[in-house]
Design a protein around this ligand. Structure first.
Ligand SMILES: Nc1ncnc2c1ncn2[C@@H]1O[C@H](COP(=O)(O)OP(=O)(O)OP(=O)(O)O)[C@@H](O)[C@H]1O
Ligand SMILES: [Mg+2]
Length: 330
């Protein structure tokens, strides 16, 4: 009997080939599942990152609205406090004249002695001589304090873009050069500045505001270099795919992840009280966002930091959605 006629063998061969097919199918499905799972994990990771960015953006937008309101409310009382303070030195002059006249009376023997004694006691009791000396210092300190409050309010207003903005066509290299010139005195003895500036296309922007961004970033780099043995700031410009890149890199102290994730938050600073407002990067963030750009940051503790400002060449590319927001890579 031929082997193919053997019903057992036929059944066995059929069963075997079906089993092999099933195994192959299972393997294919398992592989497919594995790749799909990998893709899913990847998408989940991306989604989480996007969600974190969106949340950060929303947080900053809310803070922007809040700051605009607060800045507006503080601005009016601030104006009259400053104006009142300006009158005080004039009033002080009148008070000093009166004090001088009284002292003259005390020393004037032609004046009734009881009057002179009462005047003397009054001046001593109220410590008027000390008050007159202390008043100038108090007024100066108060004016300085109020000036700082004014600066903070101005910073808040630029962060929350309440001021009208003047957009003109400008060459950003000119702005970068003038900012560097402005900082030259500040930098030349303490930091090596390396420039690698590719020509940039002219763009419609608010050059003053963008200069403020460059200034804030370079000043931060300088502060980060305070304890460096070979302090270096590198400013690079380039254009790629219709996006202008302005990179400001330093080999300073760098930032740990917990600092890096807070740096764009208004008033966040690691500097001692009175030395930093913590508004530098919040303002830079607001300005770059208004230009449809974003700021990327990479930093490593002890090695340095790179801030990469991206600005679209064409104003058509300017969007304010979550595509173009700042990120801090740890
Ligand atoms: N290049 C840098 N290297 C290291 N840390 C930095 C750098 N730039 C910013 N930082 C960190 O980010 C924080 C926030 O910076 P931001 O410019 O907003 O405020 P600030 O510099 O502290 O204050 P201000 O700008 O008013 O002087 C800084 O306190 C610092 O900790
Ligand atoms: Mg700063």
């Amino acid at each position: 009997m031929a082997s193919s006629d053997n019903p057992y063998e036929v059944a066995y061969t059929r069963e075997r080939s079906a089993r092999l097919k099933a195994e192959q199918l299972l393997e294919d499905k398992a592989r497919e599942l594995y790749f799909k799972n990998q893709k899913l994990e990847e998408s989940y990771k991306q989604l989480k990152q996007q969600q974190a960015l969106t949340m950060q953006n929303e947080k900053l937008a809310t803070l922007g609205t809040l700051s605009a309101g607060v800045a507006h409310e503080i601005n009016n009382p601030l104006a009259f406090v400053l104006s009142n303070l300006e009158s005080l030195p004039v009033y002080k002059q009148a008070f000093m004249q009166l004090l001088k006249f009284n002292q003259g009376c005390i020393n004037d023997s032609s004046m009734p002695s009881q009057f002179r004694e009462e005047l003397k006691q009054l001046i001593e009791r109220e410590d008027l001589e000390f008050l007159s000396e202390d008043m100038s210092g108090l007024i100066d300190d108060t004016v300085e304090g109020i000036q700082r409050v004014k600066e903070i309010v101005q910073n808040l207003r630029s962060f929350s873009r309440t001021q009208g903005s003047d957009y003109v066509e400008a060459d950003l290299l000119e702005g970068i050069s003038s900012t560097i010139k402005l900082l030259n005195a500040e930098l030349k003895n303490s930091v090596t500045l390396k420039l690698d500036l590719d020509p940039l296309p002219r763009i419609v922007c608010n050059p003053n505001q963008l200069n403020q961004v460059f200034l804030n970033l370079i000043m931060n780099a300088k502060h980060a270099l305070a304890d460096s043995s070979k302090p270096l700031i590198k400013v690079t410009t380039s254009v790629c795919d219709e996006i202008i890149h302005i990179r400001i890199a330093d080999n300073g102290c760098g930032m740990p992840p917990e600092v890096l994730k807070e740096i764009f938050v208004p008033f966040y600073t690691t500097k001692p009280i009175g030395q930093g407002t913590g508004m530098g990067l919040a303002i830079a963030y607001g300005i770059v966002r208004d230009h449809g750009g974003k700021i990327n940051v990479r930093s490593q503790v002890g090695r340095g930091t790179v801030f990469d400002v991206e600005l679209p060449v064409s104003s058509d590319m300017r969007k304010t959605d979550t595509d173009r927001i700042g990120t801090a890579d740890v």
